[in-house]
Design a binder for this molecule. Sequence first.
Ligand SMILES: Cc1cc2nc3c(=O)[nH]c(=O)nc-3n(C[C@H](O)[C@H](O)[C@H](O)COP(=O)(O)OP(=O)(O)OC[C@H]3O[C@@H](n4cnc5c(N)ncnc54)[C@H](O)[C@@H]3O)c2cc1C
Ligand code: SF4
Length: 585
Amino acid sequence: MLAARRKATNIARSHAARSLSTKVSSSNVLGSDGRHEIWREGIYDHDNEPKVKRRDGSYQPIEKLRGFINYSRNKEPYRDPSKRVLDWGELNPVEGRDEEKHTEIERKIQAARCMDCGTPFCQTHTGCPVNNLIPEWNNLVYNGQWSDAIERLHKTNNFPEFTGRVCPAPCEGGCVAGLVDAPVTIKDIEYSIVDNAWIEGLITPRIPKERTGMTVAVVGSGPSGLATADQLNQMGHKVTVFERADRIGGLLMYGIPNMKLEKDTVDRRVNLLREEGIEFVTNADIGKNVDVNELRTNFDALSLCLGATKPRDLPVPGRELNGVHFAMVSVIPYPLEFLTENQKRLLVTKEGHLESNWDKEKFITAAGKDVIVIGGGDTGTDCIGTSMRHRCKSVTNFELMPQPPPERAQDNPWPQWPRVYGVDYGHAEVRAVFGKDPRVYSVMTKEFIGDEDGNVKALVTQDVDMSQGRPVAVEGSEREWPCDLAVLSMGFVAPEEYIAKELDLELDQRNNIHALYGDYRTSIEGVFAGGDCRRGQSLVVWAIHEGRGIADAVDSYLKEKRRDELEAGKPTSVFANLSSINAHV
Ligand SMILES: Cc1cc2nc3c(=O)[nH]c(=O)nc-3n(C[C@H](O)[C@H](O)[C@H](O)COP(=O)(O)OP(=O)(O)OC[C@H]3O[C@@H](n4cnc5c(N)ncnc54)[C@H](O)[C@@H]3O)c2cc1C
Ligand code: SF4
């Protein structure tokens, strides 16, 4: 009783303080449970919501007008790193199971921080690549209009459940609140909108009412291929997606590991697309076991969404030793790789039966090994996270570049993507288990050293000086590191060439398929390209953006084609359904 009275007095005091203050205070508003402190006593009839502690110390109803001043950014934490390394479940906490999960009140508070700016940089070209209508859905979440929120989110983003999990959130780098304080937790809000929508059954098949009679083949089922297919299907075209792997999803399925994106989440969306009328053909390696020219003949348009799957190599002495592997993609003469085969191994049913064609002989384990991951980025972090779950003996991560600064450098102003030091999930796990960060900066690998059986046992590095804008080896800085598994994760250089060769497609100077941004037409009529195979290795959100762009370009092309055919008075068999074609034109 006494404590309650003292608290009430404090509230009254802080009310007074608040009325004088317009500045953002840094006072801590988060309680011991990691959320904004709440106060349920007293008379307050606003939707039965509690009062929430503001930065000025007062407890008041949640309000949006000055939300970014009153409340702190509070990102929903991932699950505890020392616990999650023991399983392959997603990093994100699960509703009703994990205590880290934000409450509905905390979600509302975070949405209240959005200022609804006149120029929302978060959704322009400086922020979200798919131009998500961020302030609109933040406002809808604040008002509890979750079904309107998913409707707005789907307007610009075909697969928010993927971006809500794996996107690095360039939107947050451009958030205006980030100029004076910390950005809004946009990615978390996106995630909660789409997850809520799946749980509430708000996402159901949208089967197109009319069909145009036009057919499109999409090669590749990563996010760019899936977005292309989704858009074109909704426009009424008949879409078939061809994938060489045994499962649909591209890197969503066999690249990005389970802990970032569980595979049921990918299957759930693919099944929905299937119900909506898209046909999927797996184990169809176009250009190898299916003739690409046959597709050109049998479909009205062809879209290439092949990804960029040629890994960058490290041609130094000892590269051929056992235990030196690419992070992903088996290529001649190196048939073994680390991540994909691991992912296939995890695709078992609850009864323990394998659901994919996992080949035990090709599986590389990090268990009990000194692992060195060469190269950072998402792939490098995923190799670290995977090694931790295999129970490696140690893991070290080499970066050629120096350690980024803790805050934006002068040449990296807002609203650019902040190139600052961060701790990704894999680094946090190594810190939690081994007590130190795995990253070693400004080093390059000079040589792998093997034992008498041809297995790698160590590697030699040399420090590099980047002060002149290019790597300069520092004399006498050689170091030897024990290593019995080295994973090369230095990015991907280009798409594989066989389809481009067969079609005689023009490539750009980086060996990507040549097609102008926004146009997506290749050098061959009726053939389009986008995603990583056009822009180079990138992000899921950019792949979705390009997939949507390809669909618009293909649709315009099909309309032109149909008009020409009809004007020439010779509609072909694919135009059999003329009434719906006319309706579509
Ligand atoms: C390990 C790893 C982790 C990543 N983590 C992230 C992350 O956290 N966040 C993020 O935003 N991005 C991440 N990325 C990048 C992201 O996955 C890619 O940018 C994105 O998947 C590209 O999409 P895409 O559709 O262009 O190509 P992909 O996803 O590569 O899909 C291309 C598909 O085409 C198929 N294909 C190719 N050739 C043929 C053929 N001839 N016949 C039939 N099928 C063919 C391939 O099998 C593949 O399935 C990661 C990448 C990797 C490798
Ligand atoms: S897709 Fe990525 S950039 Fe766009 S709003 Fe979501 S997290 Fe931000």
